[in-house]
Design a protein around this ligand. Structure first.
Ligand SMILES: Cc1cc2nc3c(=O)[nH]c(=O)nc-3n(C[C@H](O)[C@H](O)[C@H](O)COP(=O)(O)O)c2cc1C
Length: 355
């Protein structure tokens, strides 16, 4: 299978399946001499790790990362960095029915249509277990651009939105929803619990902001920073929408309302608004780069759904096993990792062309 690699100058390739012995990433093109250890990667994996609250899947994976190559005496050598995470809590018996019938909303039918043969255990390669490898790779990207702060949070669950007046950065890591609004986090307990107990699921919107991105990173036309970020985030499992800055809401504004007026500042221009999400013409303006990512409701639900078998007979399937009632929650560290990757890649590309 091709297309397992992401990035232009700075690239990672992920490997592994949901129920294989391990999964991981090979990072290539990392500059040499960067301080890197497993301790720099583990905290990001711990944020994505399953089974940390009742609001996520109960699959118990320690997600301990090992660096197998590319680092010597605590510094990157410029050679491929191989990262490995063992799978320890696979229960393939949960998936016996998936071998025979396709789960709607999953990649089962599409993979069969393309390859004619698939590892159906836990979704195989299409499982979001793969996103653990992205998060490990994203930690390397963060080490390449330590001057950039990348922060994501859940903005809404099942359409219930946070109040930005109540935004408290310290709250994001203080509740199981990565929610910056304490009152919204309390409401979400009932919403996600309700979905979990009834075997249903809900969708979510994840917002992400990168600060410290200097004006000039990015590229025109076919590698616009907006399109690189969109490609990165849309490649995440269950993502169905992406917006930069005001996104779709900008289409309802007038030109006056949507302007990002400029005044002279001390160290460069001062912008009075940021409707454009910190990007103009595909290139960063130096303002915060802001985006939103829409996650669909988890496809695995207990209610039987109409489907067909591999041999074309009509049947129904209810997806048992352990699942996230709201995949957007654990999507937060994955979005951060992909954004970190794009920005580190663009930093190296900018240095390559413009010095
Ligand atoms: C962190 C994360 C965890 C996920 N966990 C589940 C899950 O437990 N059950 C499920 O049905 N889908 C889960 N998904 C989504 C599926 O992997 C995804 O919907 C499926 O592979 C089909 O791909 P698509 O939705 O991108 O088309 C998860 C996604 C992410 C990002």
């Amino acid at each position: 299978m091709s297309f397992n690699t992401f990035g232009r100058l700075f690239r990672f390739t992920t490997w592994g399946e949901s129920h294989g012995p391990a999964l991981g990433a090979v990072v290539d093109g990392c500059p040499p001499g960067i301080a890197l250890s497993e301790q720099d990667i583990q905290p990001w994996l711990d944020k994505r790790r399953p089974g940390t609250s009742r609001f996520t899947t109960q699959r118990r994976e320690p997600d301990q990362v090992r660096i197998l190559s590319g680092v010597f005496e605590g510094r990157t050598t410029g050679t491929p960095i191989s990262l490995m995470i063992e799978n320890v809590d696979q229960r393939s018996k949960d998936y016996g029915n998936v071998a025979l019938a396709y789960r709607p909303g999953h990649a089962d039918y599409a993979y069969d249509a393309k390859y004619g043969f698939r590892d159906y255990r836990g979704g195989g390669r299409s499982s979001a277990r793969e996103t653990a490898a992205r998060v490990a790779a994203g930690a390397v990207a963060r080490a390449v651009i330590p001057q950039v702060r990348i922060r994501a949070w859940v903005e809404s669950i099942a359409g219930d939105r946070i109040d930005y007046e109540a935004f408290d950065d310290a709250q994001i890591d203080a509740n199981p929803f990565f929610c910056p609004d304490r009152a919204a986090a309390q409401r979400w307990e009932a919403i996600v619990d309700g979905a979990r107990k009834s075997g249903s699921s809900v969708g979510a919107v994840v917002a992400c902001e990168a600060t410290g991105v200097p004006a000039g990173w990015g590229a025109p036309l076919y590698a616009k920073l907006d399109s690189e970020l969109a490609s990165a985030c849309m490649s995440i499992n269950a993502v169905k929408g992406f917006e930069i800055g005001d996104g779709f809401a900008a289409a309802a504004l007038t030109g006056e309302q949507n302007a990002d007026p400029m005044r002279a500042g001390n160290g460069g221009p001062r912008f009075l608004a940021n409707h454009a999400g910190g990007i103009a013409g595909g290139i960063a303006t130096g303002q915060p780069v802001t985006m939103r990512v829409a996650f669909k409701p988890t496809s695995s639900i207990l209610t039987p759904v109409d489907t067909i078998t591999r041999t074309g007979e009509e049947t129904q399937i209810a997806t048992k096993g352990r699942h996230d009632p709201c995949v957007g929650i654990r999507g937060v560290p994955v979005v951060e990792a992909m954004v970190a990757w794009v920005l580190a890649d663009q930093a190296l590309l900018h240095r390559g062309q413009c010095g």
